[in-house]
Design a protein around this ligand. Structure first.
Ligand code: FES
Length: 129
C-alpha cells in the first residue's frame, strides 16, 4: 500500500480584499500559510520560517533596506535607506527577512520560504493546499 498526497483548491479570499489588506494568514485543516498581494502579483508562503520554524507570515512587511550612495560619481555612503518598491517579510522571532515575491533571503539566495500554488480566477484567490 502506498501513501497518497491529496491536494485541493481552496478559495481563500477575494482579490479586492487581498489588495486592500496586502497579506492574509490562513489555517486550512492545520496547514498555515500567508497570501500576499504586492506589485500586481499574488504569492502564498507556508507560515514556517526556514531559520527555526517561526510564524514568518505574521511578521511585518517592510521596504527592503539598501545602502544609499552620494557624491559625484556615487562614491560616498549616504547611509541606509529603503528601496522604493521591494518589500520584505520580517520574521517576528529573530528578524530574518524574505522578499515578498521571491521568498528568498536577501543575503543568501539558497535560503527561502516554501511556496504554495496560488492563482486568481475572476475575483477569487485560490490556493492549492
Ligand atoms: S525563526 Fe524566523 S528568524 Fe528565526
Amino acid at each position: 500500500m502506498s501513501a497518497q498526497i491529496v491536494r485541493r483548491d481552496v478559495v481563500v479570499a477575494s482579490l479586492a480584499d487581498l489588495k486592500e489588506r496586502e497579506r492574509i494568514v490562513f489555517d486550512v485543516d492545520g496547514t498555515e500559510f500567508g497570501v500576499y498581494f504586492h506589485d500586481g502579483e499574488v504569492r502564498a508562503w507556508y507560515n514556517v520560517c526556514p531559520h527555526q520554524g517561526g510564524p514568518v507570515c505574521q511578521g511585518k512587511i517592510m521596504p527592503r533596506t539598501v545602502q544609499l550612495v552620494r557624491g559625484e560619481g556615487g562614491l560616498k555612503s549616504g547611509g541606509p535607506g529603503h528601496h522604493p518598491s521591494d518589500r520584505n517579510i520580517v520574521c517576528p522571532w529573530h528578524g530574518f527577512e524574505f522578499d515578498i515575491l521571491t521568498g528568498k533571503h536577501p543575503a543568501d539566495q539558497s535560503v527561502g520560504l516554501r511556496r504554495l500554488p496560488v492563482r486568481v480566477e475572476g475575483d477569487d484567490v485560490i490556493v492549492t493546499v
